[in-house]
Design a protein around this ligand. Structure first.
Ligand code: DLL
Length: 433
């Protein structure tokens, strides 16, 4: 049965929704122009006529905001409220450059917790449920984001943060956790450990809310089968509040974008041209309810497809596909575009686990692609000929999917480090030299 947290908005007619988006967009543009010197300068230099801005019809006239803008404006340049009106910050991990700091007013936190409450409710959670949050707490948005959403729906919230796997399992059993929220790779690690310890019949999990990294449909099925749950996807990014920008309903066929709070566009990442729904391209979001840190035409670098076909759950919000990867996660190996999730799909479809790592290197002028895949202890005791045959089988399956040959190495269990947060699937040595 479909459950809604906010039926009024989640099932609003498309016409009403467009009207609401338009009003909110015009207000956001005017407020931001007045309040943020960075946006003012950017818009003035591109001759945006803010006074006569007509809303969605003029959205394409606004220049994009990119990650570099956020870095250049660090830390306060994009603030559109006084610092004293802000009550919290979160931040990106900053592994590939300066951190981005996002600011929130009380109103922003309330809006955010509503988006997460919608996601949890769509997955079936509510009062009486026990929600175990194994996303990292702290500057990362996952922990606190899910926490506030879970509190909002009246569930019993377990603020575990990531890691301490023994304690996670102990609490899960002792408190009868019904919903687990974490990265899919950490969920896979938890599932593997619970299974190995023979504790599957002791857990009461009904569903999982997983996100913050790419995960394939095959990985979903694997998690669902092992844990006996439904595994729901949740999407978001620090720049746009955090988790909850989009969420899955029981149909598990794309994530509904919270369109009363965000306007989504798909663009050609090369030309910046706006593409029609149904075409693959880079997701661009405009926030229309955020006060402290408005993001107007923010280029996410996530590649996805929008689906405007009405969903049978009754929600009218447009759906986005699973991100196929970040445009900057995409590997170009031997001239071919490769997303790690494509490799994951092949491996899981062949019966392997999601414990794999991809190593790309260059010998002379030729790229090399090595894929390390864990096998079980029993498989590892196979004779060499059997292992070689299995490796060859994966090599050909990957060639059929990616179009290029790689080298596959089947390795013993636990040779690949387990992840408690976002998994590190790719080591691109070409970037390290
Ligand atoms: O990962 C926010 C989040 C926390 C989302 C918990 C979902 C759950 P960042 O650390 O800023 O924020 O990373 C954002 O992670 O641009 C995507 O590339 C990726 N990502 C987030 N959710 C998904 C997902 C959080 N469901 C970046 N599927 C985004 C695939 C995802 N990729």
């Amino acid at each position: 049965m479909t459950k809604f947290f906010d039926k009024k908005f989640e099932t609003m007619s498309r016409e009403e929704l467009k009207k609401l988006q338009n009003e909110r967009l015009i207000k956001t543009v005017h407020d931001t122009y007045k309040a943020s010197p960075y946006y003012k300068k950017l818009w003035d230099s591109s001759r945006l006529d803010v006074a006569n801005f007509r809303g969605i019809a003029d959205l394409h006239k606004i220049p994009f905001i990119k990650k570099d803008d956020l870095r250049n404006a660090y830390p306060f340049g994009l603030l559109a409220k006084k610092l004293e009106d802000c009550v919290r910050i979160h931040s990106t991990s900053g592994t590939t450059g300066k951190r981005v700091i996002a600011f929130y007013t009380e109103h922003d936190l309330d809006e955010w917790s509503t988006t997460v409450a919608r996601a949890l409710t769509a997955a079936g959670a509510g009062k009486g449920d026990v929600v175990q949050i194994a996303f990292g707490y702290g500057l990362f948005t996952g922990g606190m984001g899910l926490h506030d959403g879970s509190r909002k729906i009246g569930a019993l919230t377990l603020p575990m943060s990531s890691g301490s796997t023994d304690r996670q399992i102990e609490f899960m059993i002792d408190l009868g956790t019904t919903f687990l929220a974490c990265t899919p790779s950490y969920a896979a690690y938890l599932a593997e450990t619970i299974k190995e310890r023979g504790l599957l019949d002791k857990i009461k999990l009904k569903a999982g809310i997983f996100g913050a990294e790419a995960w394939s449909q095959e990985m979903r099925e694997d998690l669902q089968n092992t844990l006996g749950i439904k595994a729901y996807d949740i999407y978001g990014l620090t720049e746009l509040e955090g988790p909850g920008v989009a969420y899955e309903c029981e149909c598990q066929d794309g994530m509904h974008i919270n369109e009363d709070k965000f306007i989504a566009e798909i663009i050609d990442p090369e030309t910046g041209e706006v593409l029609p729904a149904g075409q693959k391209g880079e997701l661009v979001f405009t926030s229309i309810t955020r006060e402290a840190f408005p993001m107007i035409r923010y280029r996410t670098r996530d590649i996805a497809i929008l689906n405007e076909v009405p969903c049978s759950c009754g929600r009218t919000f447009v759906r986005m596909s699973k991100p196929l990867g970040r445009s900057d996660d995409m590997l170009i190996v031997k001239g071919v575009n490769v997303f790690p999730s494509q490799i994951e799909s092949v491996l899981i479809a062949k019966g392997y686990t999601s414990n794999y790592q991809i190593v790309v290197d260059r010998v002379g002028t030729t790229d090399t692609l090595d894929i390390y895949v864990e096998i079980t202890q029993e498989q590892f005791s196979d004779d060499l000929a059997k292992i070689a045959a299995k490796e060859k089988d994966i090599v050909f399956a990957l060639k059929a999917s990616l179009g290029i040959f790689g080298t596959v190495h089947l390795v013993s269990k636990y040779s690949i480090e387990r992840s408690e947060g976002k998994a590190k699937r790719v080591i691109d040595k070409r970037k390290l030299y």
